[in-house]
Design a protein. Sequence first.
Lengths: 744, 154
Amino acid sequence: MQFLFDKHNTATDITGADATRPTRRTILKSIGGVGAGLVLGTQLPTAAKADSGAAAVIKGEAGTAAFAPNAFIRIAPDSTVTVLIKHIEFGQGPYTGLTTLVAEELDADWSQMRAQSAPANTALYKNLLFGVQGTGGSTAMANSFEQMRKAGAAARAMLVEAAAKAWSVPADEITVSKGVIAHEGAGKTSTFGEFAEAAAKLAPPAEPFLKDPSEFVLIGTELPRLDSKAKSTGQAEFTIDADRPDMLTVLIQRPPVFGGKLKSFNDSETRKVPGVVDVKSLPRGVAVYAEGFWAAKKGRDALQVEWDESEAETRSTAEIVADYQKSAASTGQVVATAGDAEKVLANSGKTVDAEYIFPYLAHAPMETEDCLIEATDSGAKVWAGSQFPTLDQGAVAQTLGLRPEEVDLETLFAGGSFGRRATPVADIAYECATAVKAIDRKRPVKLIFTREDDIQGGFYRPMVVHRMKGAVDADGNISAWDHVVVGQSIMEGTPFESMMVDGVDPTLVEGARELPYAIPNRRVSFHKKSLAVPPLWWRSVGHTHNAYSTETFLDELFALGGKDPVEERLRLMGDKHQRLTGVLKAVAELADWGSAVPEGRARGVALHKSFNSYVAEIAEVSIDNDEGIPHVNKVWCAVDCGIAVNPDIIRAQMEGGIGYGLGHILYAGITLKNGRVQQSNFDTYRSLRINEMPEVEVAIVKSAASPTGVGEPGVPPIGPAVANAWAKLTGKRVRNLPFLPIDA
Amino acid sequence: MAKLTLAVNGKSHEVDVDPEMPLLWLLRDELKMTGTKFGCGIAQCGACTVHIDGVPTRSCQTLVEDAVDSEIVTIEGVAGSEAKAVQDAWIKHDVPQCGYCQSGQVMSAVALLRDTPAPTDEDIDAGMSGNLCRCATYVRIRQAIKTAAETLKG
């Protein structure tokens, strides 16, 4: 997978910056040169930082570093090692995980390690799988595994070389362990700090020597998270906490319908609110500028705005669903085919014809969308929970007429994202930049979304309708499978469109197109819909609905054919999908599948590969008598994500993914009435609570493969596992989500 | 606007604000205590939980004028054996993921343990179900509260 923005723009000129403008880049070039010198020449961030006991996420300058062997490592005279993390930390653990990789190859002691957010700098800090700086697709560990180890190994080699020179001993006789450089024969020991300055004068090795996995000391252990302390004591700084002298808080009144445009507004009442400083019309709405959130909120509540809805989406959900259903009745653009599904279906006696409806879903991260921008002498400074620094930096630069490198972007901790902060159009940073521009950059602006702005603001997991037809033969074996997926494209019309081949948006059909099961006659097709409701990737993206539809439909056909869900899955996968069969066997063993289940409960199983990780889950459910929907008592989970860099963080991500997925399939959906979003906050967009969280047991399947993602892959199997258990318990196949019908 | 005096974390603060401003925004924007978080503004998520006279309270739905004669304690000032046990257990179990809701979770957990030193699962449900965690760290929140209760038992 590669995000090469060849079709629209390169990663840098997406900003549209005027290439002829003389800027600070020239100056930087003259003082920086290339390589490590340039790294030292660029401004070091004061962004989100973490610690572990002594080790931590740190705040302040890592600029005292005596030794900066590469873009990722700073070693100070006091021997602290600061790792610059190119991925945002919003819970999935990259600060701890990537720091572990460096510490491993550096043979550092964990207590001397620090993590710090890397600044926006696409050349130095791009995601190697994306081509731009960004976090997503559960790629943080996958794309960093070798890069960060090499960075650590290079630094180690340079420290060793410096020590060898000082001690006049051969470098290969020097050992490094837990941050201590030693030569036994010479009776010498030293810290990293003592040789930091000398090492800085050496050339980095061309190809640093990496450890064999059997030699790993830290990788594979359950090192404590670097950010737990700050996050348990209220000290962790998020964007909403950032403050600048003279800063204004901005709330934007956006159109009540998607595609709506501003017609006129009356701000006379708004301007009477104490603390309101200004009101401006922006491309995406009307901005109220105030001293603090409360005045901005009161001021915005007092606005009178008229909107032009002539080009807006003003249908209700039922009408859109009906349109999708009509499309789903016919075969769309075919993306997978084997045998002749249509013919076999027409001639089969035992068939199932099922329709699935998945609602729009908001990400609803605990910290709502926000961004802080201040104009500076050299350009602008941005503080944000930036998931795509390259795109955010570009959007701010373009809006303010700057070059990307004139925009200094500091990534802070973000209170969750689940994809919401990864908009291809950089909506949050863009809106904030327009607000700064509208007041002639005079004061720093912090844009905050209310929860209502977040829930009603679009960028949803798309609404999707699936039509599935299947048949079983006389022996109960699945003989045909015809699957039609209908929904919006996330990538079309964005820089990510270059990832689409033949008009296929992989995010629409991923997980449905490539089934691991041997089904002789199979067809998968899709219809792409276009409407003004902006869609976006949402934790595990297309796998959210495709795992649900395929794994529940499979279960339904197994039931029709009288097959055991575990045994038959294993049989249909044969020996071609060993990592998938591996997790299925592991979870069956963990849950003792086939053993007696307590009275009033039933179990269901599902498995799914996403983001190159393999996850199987078994859910045990009972009936919640108050609401008539499943109460999930326990979930067993087995995951194969390659080398388990930090097993405890992997378990945490499976627990969290299960909870996130479960809350949405049970309770959540965004619906429209005459184009207006009917949900507004956590009272109507219901979220899973502690009393609804199942017990979770996780097994990590041992693997020597390179590490893959864990942020998303825990999500897809939970919905179908619960639905399959529910069908077994009640006979009801839930195909219209969420389980608890939405009042609309 | 009104001149009011508030007691936060044992210290008296003179403020001149809209008396109907929610306490949350007074803490965050006026007193610059940002550990208490905004999550929903309608007392649905618990991210803004503080102690008012020892009672866990949603500061987003508490008017400043209603808090003038009370002792307000925030995550910045929470202390005592329960607070230490809870925060130590939070770190031991690596409870936080994104971490944004955790100030509120900690404040609710401390209040729960002060009230119910040996909580059952049902007690934990009752005491903690007002605090949302979108990362769903609930498994570890439950474990950490039990660990903290064990610590307090001594």
